[in-house]
Structure formats: structure tokens, C-alpha cells
Design a protein around this ligand. Structure first.
Ligand code: CMC
Length: 431
């Protein structure tokens, strides 16, 4: 809301303009610059959006200095430890925790949308087996819009809801099939009697020739990873989904755009990069040399899984995953895995080194998630796929919020033009 008692004054070339200040429920106030260009003929310049709120949102709140993450007001620690992923999904999408009856219906609706059109199954066969699973995901999720025409009318609230349910339900199936195709095993179809996380692990790791029983500790860890990754405010991929959606594109296409953005190593690809880094370091005695390389700016080496644009404190998700990693390794009888030792020691050294302290670089969600996913049996190439699966509910909730906002307009940033000024075309013979 706008606080009429507070305004910001900007003076440009002797002309003064009053800018309204908006207040959220928590978090920094926002200077409303929407009329700045109209009256003062200047744009603002903020590449990387470090000081720019791109939208209003009531979904997720982050206090990066304090290390706080809330979904609809509820602390992530409580949701991850006491609830489960589908409950958080309901919360993110509808705004409140479900009643028992609402939960039952939601779980039923999601469970009964898990199969994908059989024609889509044939699509997989067009890919090379060595294609990166994220390349397959971008294509398969985009392809949903070619199969589910009855839920692409963004102006129909019921179609929006069905498309959203379909994506929350089908992403695990698509992700598991992507994995099976990658490793050359037959697809395993969803099982409706299993929970969301159990069903996913079953589709990934069951094979037709053997019975596969899902370990409940591993299913819980998987579910927790999904909950922790479900939403994270206006990050790069969420902003991509919103920008794609602002043009009126269908929700399947928007989520495919989000997946493409998530793929990058500075965003969702970091868990893959973090694990590769741990594997490259290999043993605890190699850590000091690696840390020196990270601190040497000419090396361009970063400590992957450390640092965050918003968190200047311990990422609350990393804390939960650190504990989860221990549970998983214990359940698998792998407490002495050297990778876990390297991660713990790397964290200890980095947290006491002035380079990292001065820059407020702490472990982020990707530091421990890769170790857990590897222990669960996933190859590194699947890590970002799992992130995409979990983030789908956040993306779709943010997309829905945007579409339902009556003030929504197409997103159209401006620029500071630094190219040549107007000049005449030179014919080929005179160049
Ligand atoms: N290792 C070493 N130095 C770092 C790191 C790191 N991981 N991260 C930042 N720095 C240094 C950087 O060199 C710079 O130093 P100086 O001031 O001397 O030039 C300073 O810290 C500020 O860095 P920045 O690049 O301006 O910070 P940013 O907010 O643009 O970058 C980040 C945030 C996440 C891209 C970055 O910290 C990074 O590259 N981390 C490693 C990749 C990673 O783990 N990404 C996952 C993010 S969490 C999951 C998600 O949201 O997708």
C-alpha cells in the first residue's frame, strides 16, 4: 500500500519530482518510480535488479540479513520439518494451509494427474541418450502445451487451476522418464498408492525385474528437498516465468522458460557445480590449496554452493539440508563418505576465513543438496532437474498471482543505449 505521509524527492536538472513510497507488510519500503519517465524523462538503471522490486507479491518473503525464509508467513524450518511438500504446495498456490478435507482433495487431484499423454512418451525417443536432462526437460515441459489444449486459456480460472495441478503432478513423471531415458532403462509409470516423493523415487529407481521398496528415510529427505526448493521469491527463473507470462503466453510455455533459466550455473545449476567441485577436491588435505585458488581473483574459481545475492547470512535451507545429509548417510550406512568430510571441512574453513566473512559468503541451499542427491543415487546431471521439479509449484503460484493481479501489464524493461547514434547506410562497394 502507498503511505501518503512518506515520499521521496528527486531533483533532475533543477526540476523536482515527488515519488510515492509504498510499504509492504514486512521488508524494505519501495519508491514508486512508475511516473518518473512520464514527468522527468529519465529511466532508472539497475542491471541485476539489486535495488528494484519488479512486482508486488504475497507468496514468499526472504530476509537475507537474518537468514529468514517464509512461505505465506510460515517459516521454512517449520514447513520442512513438520509438514510435507504437497502441503507447502497447497499453501504456496492457494495462500493458506489446507484443512484436512482440502488436503485430501488436493492430494487426490495431484495424484490423479500424474500420468502423461502416451504420445508424449514417444517424444523422448527423439533425443540422443547423452542429451543433458535439462535440455530434455525444457522441451518436454514446453511440449505439454501441445497436448493439454483444454488448459491453456489463461483467462479461465478453472483452466489455470487445471494446468497448475497438471504441472505439479506431471513434472515428477517427466523428470523420472528423463532420468530413465538418460540411463537407458525402461520407463516406470506412476503408482497412485505412493506419496509424492515415494512415487518419484519409485519411478526413478524401480526396474521391471525386481521389487523396489522405497526407504522411508530417503523419501522424507527427498520430500524435504522438494519443500526447501519450492519457492524463493523473485529469483532469476521466477522472474523469467513472470516475464514470459506477462505477454499472455500459456503456463506450460512459461514454466519451460523458467526451467531454461534455472539451468545456468549461477542459479539452479550450482548444485551440480558444487558436487563436481567437492569431487574434484576429493580429500580434506586438498582444501587449503583450493581455497587459495578461490581467493585468487585471476583464477575465476568460485566456491560453488557459497554466497547468495540475497542471503548475507546462513541460508536457512542449507542448515536443514546439513542435518538431512547426516540422516541420509546414516540410513545408507555411509557415514564415512569422504565427500561429506570434504564438505564439512570446507564449510568450517570458509566460515572462519576473512575472505568469506568480509563478503558475507555462507553456504547456500546447493552446498548440501548435491551430496544428498548423490547419496540417493542421482547422477549430477539430474540435480537441476530435481530443483526444477520442486520449483514448479513456486513458479506456477507466482504466475497465477501475476495473472490475477488486475494491474498486470506486459513486462517491458527499458535500456541505457550506448550504441552508435543515427548514421547513413554505406553501400557495399564503398565499405
Ligand atoms: N566464491 C568466491 N567468491 C565469491 C563467491 C563464491 N562462491 N560468491 C561471491 N564471491 C565474491 C565475489 O568475487 C565478489 O568479490 P569482490 O567484492 O572482491 O569482487 C563478492 O563476493 C560479491 O560477489 P558478487 O558476484 O557481486 O555477488 P552476487 O550477488 O552477484 O552473486 C552468486 C551471487 C550466488 C551468483 C555468487 O555468490 C556465486 O557465484 N556463488 C556460487 C554459485 C552458487 O552457489 N549459486 C547458487 C545460488 S543459491 C541457489 C539459487 O538461488 O539458485
Amino acid at each position: 500500500m502507498t503511505d501518503a505521509t512518506k515520499t521521496a524527492t528527486i531533483s533532475i536538472g533543477g526540476k523536482t519530482q515527488e515519488l510515492p513510497i509504498m510499504q509492504g507488510t514486512i521488508g524494505p519500503d519501495v519508491v514508486d518510480i512508475a511516473k518518473l519517465y512520464g514527468e522527468s524523462k529519465v529511466f532508472t538503471f539497475d542491471p541485476g535488479f539489486t535495488s528494484t522490486a519488479a512486482c508486488k507479491s504475497a507468496i514468499t518473503y526472504i530476509d537475507g540479513d537474518e537468514g529468514i525464509l517464509l512461505y505465506r508467513g510460515y517459516p521454512i524450518e517449520q514447513l520442512a520439518m513438520e509438514g510435507d511438500f504437497l502441503e507447502s504446495s497447497y499453501l504456496l498456490y492457494y495462500g493458506e494451509l489446507p484443512t484436512p478435507a482440502q488436503r485430501k482433495k488436493f492430494v487426490h487431484d495431484i495424484t490423479h494427474h500424474t500420468m502423461i499423454h502416451e504420445q508424449m512418451v514417444l517424444f523422448f525417443r527423439g533425443f540422443r541418450r547423452d542429451a543433458h536432462p535439462m535440455a530434455v526437460m525444457v522441451a518436454m515441459v514446453g511440449a505439454l502445451s501441445a497436448f493439454y489444449h483444454d488448459s491453456t486459456d489463461i483467462n479461465d480460472p478453472r483452466q489455470r487451476e487445471i494446468a497448475s495441478h497438471r504441472m505439479i503432478a506431471k513434472l515428477p513423471t517427466i523428470a523420472a522418464m528423463t532420468y530413465k531415458y538418460h540411463v537407458g532403462q525402461p520407463f516406470v509409470y506412476p503408482q497412485n498408492h505412493l506419496s509424492y516423493a515415494e512415487n518419484f523415487l519409485h519411478m526413478c529407481f524401480a526396474v521391471p525385474c525386481e521389487e523396489y521398496k522405497v526407504n522411508p528415510v530417503l523419501a522424507k529427505a527427498m520430500d524435504r528437498i522438494f519443500t526447501l526448493h519450492a519457492d524463493h521469491e523473485q529469483n532469476a527463473s521466477t522472474s523469467t516465468v513472470r516475464l514470459a507470462g506477462s505477454s499472455g503466453a500459456n503456463p506450460f510455455a512459461c514454466i519451460a522458460a523458467g526451467i531454461a533459466c534455472l539451468w545456468g550455473p549461477a542459479h539452479g545449476g550450482a548444485n551440480e557445480a558444487a558436487l563436481k567441485m567437492l569431487e574434484e577436491i576429493g580429500t580434506v588435505d586438498k582444501i587449503p590449496v583450493f581455497i587459495e585458488k578461490v581467493k585468487d581473483k585471476s583464477s575465476n574459481v568460485r566456491l560453488m554452493g557459497f554466497g547468495h545475492r540475497v542471503y548475507k547470512n546462513y541460508d536457512p535451507r542449507a542448515k536443514i539440508l546439513q542435518a538431512s545429509a547426516h540422516e541420509v548417510f546414516e540410513a545408507l550406512g555411509k557415514q564415512d563418505d569422504p565427500l561429506l568430510d570434504v564438505a564439512r571441512e570446507l564449510e568450517r574453513i570458509a566460515l572462519s576465513d576473512p575472505y568469506f566473512i568480509d563478503r558475507k559468503l555462507y553456504p547456500n541451499v546447493d552446498f548440501y543438496s548435491g551430496i544428498i542427491l548423490r547419496a540417493l543415487g542421482f547422477p549430477t546431471s539430474m540435480f537441476t532437474v530435481l530443483f526444477a521439479l520442486a520449483r514448479t509449484v513456486g513458479w506456477i503460484s507466482q504466475w497465477k498471482e501475476m495473472i490475477e493481479d488486475p494491474s498486470q501489464r506486459i513486462g517491458r524493461p527499458r535500456q541505457l543505449y550506448v550504441g552508435p547514434t543515427k548514421r547513413d547506410y554505406v553501400p557495399m562497394g564503398k565499405r
